[in-house]
Design a protein around this ligand. Sequence first.
Ligand code: HEM
Length: 204
Amino acid sequence: MNPSRWLLHPAAKPLLFVSCLLPFGWLFYGAAANQLGANPAEALIRSTGDWTLRFLCITLAVSPLRQATGWHALARWRRMLGLFSFFYALLHFTAFAWLDMGLDLAAILADIPKRPFILVGSLALLLMLPLAATSFNRAIKALGAARWQALHRLVYASVLLGLLHFFWMRSGKNDFGEVAIYAVVIAALLGWRLWRRLRAPSRT
Ligand code: HEM
């Protein structure tokens, strides 16, 4: 059966929704059952950070995958995947603000200049706010397709800042293995877009 037909199946979107919630469910269960290791707060902060970056990469992979396979129905999934990136970013920030900082706003603000990687992460999250706020049909209509598309290019800055945040955090431990994998994936996803943009004028 043509995979595009699977993607258009009425059960496909609810299935995707439930799949996207699996990491959250797994973390929630781990926390409730006290199975997150010796430092559950650190495990929660780090896992939600990892899932934010993963969801951003998965969201950015939709267009190249669609082009490569011709499965155009994949486009219907992009918005949900983008919103789940934001959901995990909010969880990540909440875990940090709550478990690391005891929800003390003054302590959070004081931490920013002390740990610049936190500032970079906060910028990445801030850039996601207008994207999440304009991800609904009425916002797309109100902005117009061209302006909406231009605004949503902020996702490129957000993923790069997220990567820098990760790099900065791991550089303190001289541990670059995973950072390098994400860097290659993100370079490929953004490089593909740049390549298409550079090619576009020669086609017209
Ligand atoms: C798009 C936004 C963000 C992304 C993609 C992101 C991603 C990540 C990643 C991948 C990690 C490392 C996880 C690991 O070691 O496996 C991390 C750690 C962390 N992030 Fe974020 N982050 C973002 C925003 C933020 C924000 C807004 C804050 C707080 C204001 C924050 C605070 C932290 C902290 C405290 C750690 C753990 C540091 C440690 O354990 O030493 N992040 N983040």
